[in-house]
Design a protein around this ligand. Sequence first.
Ligand SMILES: Nc1ncnc2c1ncn2[C@@H]1O[C@H](COP(=O)(O)OP(=O)(O)OP(=O)(O)O)[C@@H](O)[C@H]1O
Length: 357
Amino acid sequence: MSDLIVRNVHKRLGALAVLKGASFSGSKGQIVALLGASGSGKTTLLRCIAGLETPEKGKIEIGGTKVLDADSSLILPPERRDIGLVFQSYALWPHRTVKENVAFGLQLRGVPSSEANARVVAMLEKLGLAHLADRYPFQLSGGQQQRVAICRALVYNPKVLLLDEPLSNLDAKLREEARFWIRKLILDLEICAVMVTHDQGEALAMADKILLLKDGHIIQEGSPKAMYSAPETFYAAEFLGTNNIITGHAAWVDGDAVRICGNGWELDGVSRGDTLKGDADAVKAVIRVEALAVSERPTIGLKMSLEASMYLGDRWEHRLRMGDLVVRAYGPDELSSPEVWCTFPQERLWVFPAESP
Ligand SMILES: Nc1ncnc2c1ncn2[C@@H]1O[C@H](COP(=O)(O)OP(=O)(O)OP(=O)(O)O)[C@@H](O)[C@H]1O
């Protein structure tokens, strides 16, 4: 059963239609990432679920309870929605200790103090915060503050945990650790979590399901693997991964197979998204940088000039050219030959009509 159901949510802010019919669901032990560029509507969608914004249209159910039905003007306030909310800034109360920060919401909800105390102690222990219980937020590191904010959201035993850019205030090393422990915590607690992020690496690593938002629409949803390896649109293909974008013309189209060409080069790929109408259509293609293989020995593939190479620590990045075709490719070694062979696996070269959004 889905713990969270969002149906056809529309929300305007001022003159702007920010959400234009968002629908998705999330179930127990599942992390749903709302991924998209700045301004795509991620935070607004999270705020609609939390009850901090009121959509003009749509329905939302949490744990089997209707919390919003715009048609019948049913709008439950945030504290009656069975959610835990973690703000990007953590929003800890500066004059309350860790323990008081975590306990405060339970007191407001009238939970008897002995029960509240037991729940707070248990949750502090679960998150490894017991030894910090009497400290104030300013006496904590950024990572510890984040744990307190998550602890405070979880102490209600919510059905759904909402996280707004939970890792954005951590440095790179802490961020990588936090990906693991937050994911493990949510899976252990078997709750549904919805996380806003604009960082594709974070979404790919942490989520079970990614919703890609663009201009207030969810343009594709799926598992991280499906989103990465089978994007349905040019936008989705380009948004994820590190990519080469190749423009040219279709030389021929045969079902999904398509050959594209430019000034002195031809490549075979697969047509994705809107079907190509025919030969000579202008096209744009996407191929992930890691999909290309470069060799100094003649192989099947394009013979290209090596324009430059960069050492990245764990590998090299090479810039290659043939006529108007310029691509980046990774390889394990430095290359010395001015001419190399580059292979473009056909199934990983995704070809879209040039006018695709
Ligand atoms: N109170 C407001 N009044 C008018 N427009 C707003 C308001 N809040 C947000 N917007 C606009 O709504 C759009 C969506 O904002 P939202 O914060 O949901 O996007 P986002 O995808 O979370 O972006 P970001 O990653 O930058 O936080 C943006 O164009 C933003 O400028």
